[in-house]
Ligand binder design. Structure first.
Ligand SMILES: Cc1cc2nc3c(=O)[nH]c(=O)nc-3n(C[C@H](O)[C@H](O)[C@H](O)COP(=O)(O)OP(=O)(O)OC[C@H]3O[C@@H](n4cnc5c(N)ncnc54)[C@H](O)[C@@H]3O)c2cc1C
Length: 293
């Protein structure tokens, strides 16, 4: 199938893009890498009257580190994240996660801004933003908004972005010294969207978690920063403690059911990931899969 007829405008500056969006509102759609927008248009899931191509706005591209904060422009492609020494050094969780986003051809065009604005609940990058405590920066004609990632994603393909706004950048605090990370997803094949995934970062002190942030994805309508992680902080992790955290996790999950998995299977897989993540972050193989039930 082909997309319905639409008008096309290539934005020459952020201000130009914002003017076009302000004029056309919900009838317009922003085009970044096109890896989600074009399939959706070709399947006629959406039929914008105007496509605003921001792909040539170099000011929205690039990665910079300043005073312990990594700023990533919205048009930075997945492949750029994958190859970035700054990302690898300062937010290694993101470097690991992005290798799971689709396939090379898609990573060569898809962008971080597009991925976050698209807000697929099975996407890796939104979960990483929540885990890493990112700030998402948007711009509209009225000015800039800085939004905590935990407040940005509101539902399946839904965010707090208005149709008149652009996502322009994300800011990520550099991972604390001696922090550890864990990323894993269950997917049918490498590169497929996750059935269930976990992006985790922790600070370990004397064999205990001084901090642990667990961002689950594909377990509900948006990425979930698990509150049950608090049960794991400043305590000796025994199988009983892990089992308790696992039960608490089960209570806070509200997984969707689809062709890939039932809600019960997703809940089970999330608990398996919790056990594997904790075991890996603490380098404690004894806490592995057995504690997941
Ligand atoms: C076969 C296939 C497999 C895939 N597998 C995965 C996967 O495993 N994991 C995963 O995370 N993704 C996957 N993707 C999606 C891919 O990662 C996309 O690149 C990404 O979701 C969107 O990025 P984009 O730059 O292509 O955005 P686009 O397709 O250009 O835009 C996506 C949406 O975001 C809006 N938008 C884009 N940029 C902005 C902006 N700066 N401000 C405001 N709104 C904006 C658009 O209007 C549109 O609604 C897959 C895609 C395909 C085709």
């Amino acid at each position: 199938m082909k997309a319905s007829a639409f008008a096309y405008a290539r934005a020459t500056s952020v201000a130009h893009a914002l003017e076009l969006l302000a004029t056309h509102g919900e009838r317009a759609k922003v085009l970044s890498g096109g890896q989600s927008l074009m399939p959706a248009m070709n399947l006629r899931l959406i039929s914008p009257e105007l496509v605003v191509d921001i792909g040539e706005l170099d000011e929205l591209r690039g990665i910079a580190v300043k005073q312990g904060v990594l700023t990533i422009g919205a048009l930075t492609r997945h492949v750029d994240l994958l190859k970035s020494a700054e990302v690898n050094t300062h937010v290694p969780l993101l470097a690991q996660a992005v290798a799971h986003v689709a396939h090379p051809a898609i990573r060569n065009r898809g962008t971080i801004g597009g991925s976050l604005a698209h807000a697929d609940p099975a996407s890796e990058l939104p979960a990483c933003m929540v885990t890493l405590g990112a700030t998402i920066i948007t711009r509209g004609l009225g000015g800039e908004r800085r939004i905590a990632a935990s407040a940005f994603f509101t539902g399946i393909y839904e965010t707090v972005l208005s149709p008149q706004e652009l996502l322009v950048a994300v800011e990520l605090p550099a991972a604390p010294t001696h922090s550890r990370h864990f990323f894993h997803e269950f997917a049918r094949r490498h590169g497929d969207y996750a059935i269930v995934g976990l992006a985790a970062q922790a600070v370990v002190n004397g064999g205990q978690f001084a901090d642990i942030r667990l961002g689950f994805f594909a377990v509900g309508e948006r990425p979930l920063l698990a509150k049950s992680a608090n049960r794991l902080i400043d305590v000796v992790i025994t199988p009983a403690v892990l089992s308790e955290a696992s039960s608490l996790l089960g209570e806070e999950l509200d997984p969707l059911e689809d062709q890939q998995a039932t809600a019960a299977m997703r809940r089970h897989l999330a608990k398996v990931l919790l056990a594997r993540g904790v075991s890996s972050l603490l380098s404690r193989p004894d806490l592995g899969v057995g504690a997941a039930a």
